[in-house]
Write a protein that binds this ligand. Structure first.
Ligand code: ACO
Length: 329
């Protein structure tokens, strides 16, 4: 299929902290085991940021690599979007902090919050802003310090996540992978299925919220599992239908890296072979908004995606949000 006005990925970069923590190390902290984590999730280890490394620092490393890969001068960037649920602080946005750390111009910079679907939502938003012709080169980042919102005494959640960042430089002009289409959605009917209850305007920080550990991520894992498979299947089907592409024409799927069993169930429902799915969650766990760009960048570096091949990026996250993107490598 052709798109008369695609957005090009001029360059990409990713970063994970050097501190690798394997399942055995976690089993010394909570009542779990390498066997349980691997068999239920496929995760073997994750990378955790240092105490003094904030989300914007992870975003910075990935962005520097993406700008270099794109071979673009910093003064050419006129838009920064950071997708994250673990910003350095509630405000100002991590995008503003990143803009300054990168030494960019005084350009539009804002955060986008769609949890694990955030990077794909940001691609959609950037595509629209670039199509308006009022912006020309966008830096889009998915960055998370998930370790900062995990309850390290809760074995049902702390074993699942990791820290990292992925970034892409986008433009309507140039050459690179083509972003051909987008499909985003959300269902806000049950926020409690995956949320961080306190610290917002509904439940501001207090001694009680601290005592009740309400500043940590809470999740109903079974419900999220079922919803994840359902909404990702729907997003992929709707995206392909809209662009009149059959399932057979898809060469690669780069899914949100939450749990290999979720990916296997999705593959089964879409009737796409697991060979076409690129997974690296074994080494990073679920890095939320960083997960898809981390996988995309790693797959590219490994030479997994050949020029001209068609790929689908797909994610789900708290909200519940979902998103799928069509990419021509
Ligand atoms: N180690 C050992 N045992 C554990 C652990 C652990 N780390 N965690 C839970 N268990 C126990 C439970 O307590 C339970 O014990 P019980 O039967 O005595 O009550 C048992 O293991 C089974 O628990 P389940 O929750 O049924 O396990 P399940 O097979 O559903 O796997 C999991 C749990 C891995 C969380 C799965 O449901 C899942 O992956 N869900 C999706 C999570 C997800 O993708 N979240 C990311 C959302 S993205 C975002 O926006 C941040």
């Amino acid at each position: 299929m052709s798109n008369p006005n695609p957005t090009y990925v001029l360059g990409m970069g990713s970063y994970v902290p050097s501190n690798k923590v394997d399942n055995h190390a976690l089993s010394l902290r909570v009542d779990t085991s390498d066997e349980w984590i691997r068999s239920r999730t496929g995760i073997r280890e994750r990378c955790l940021a240092e105490d003094d490394q904030a989300c914007s620092d992870l975003a910075l490393e990935a962005s520097v690599r993406a700008l270099k890969d794109a071979d673009i001068e910093r003064d050419q960037i006129d838009l920064v979007i950071v997708a994250t649920i673990t910003p350095d602080m509630s405000f100002p946005s991590t995008a503003c902090l990143l803009q300054h750390k990168l030494g960019l111009g005084k350009i539009s910079s804002f955060d986008l919050e769609a949890a694990c679907s955030g990077f794909l939502y940001a691609l959609d938003v950037a595509d629209g802003m670039l199509a308006s012709n009022r912006y020309h080169n966008a830096l889009v980042v998915g960055a998370e310090k998930m370790s900062s919102i995990l309850d390290w005494d809760d074995r049902t959640t702390c074993v699942l996540f990791g820290d990292g960042a992925g970034a892409a430089v986008l433009s309507k002009k140039g050459a690179g992978h083509e972003l051909l289409g987008f499909q985003c959605g959300a269902d806000g009917s049950d926020p409690t299925v995956l949320h961080k209850p306190a610290g917002g305007s509904l439940l501001p920080a207090s001694q009680d919220t601290l005592n009740e550990r309400k500043h940590f991520l809470k999740m109903n894992g079974r419900e999220i599992f079922k919803s994840a498979v359902r909404v990702m299947e729907r997003a992929v089907r709707e995206l392909l239908e809209k662009h009149e592409i059959s399932m057979d024409e898809v060469d690669h799927v780069i899914p949100h890296q939450a749990n290999v069993r979720i990916v296997e169930s999705l593959a089964q429902r879409l009737e796409i072979s697991m060979d076409k799915f690129f997974c690296n969650l074994e080494n990073y766990g679920n890095t939320s908004a960083a997960s898809v760009p981390l996988a995309l960048d790693e797959g590219r570096a490994l030479g997994r995606f050949r020029s001209g091949q068609l790929g689908v990026l797909v994610a789900f996250g708290a909200g519940l949000t979902w998103s799928a993107t069509l990419i021509r490598f």
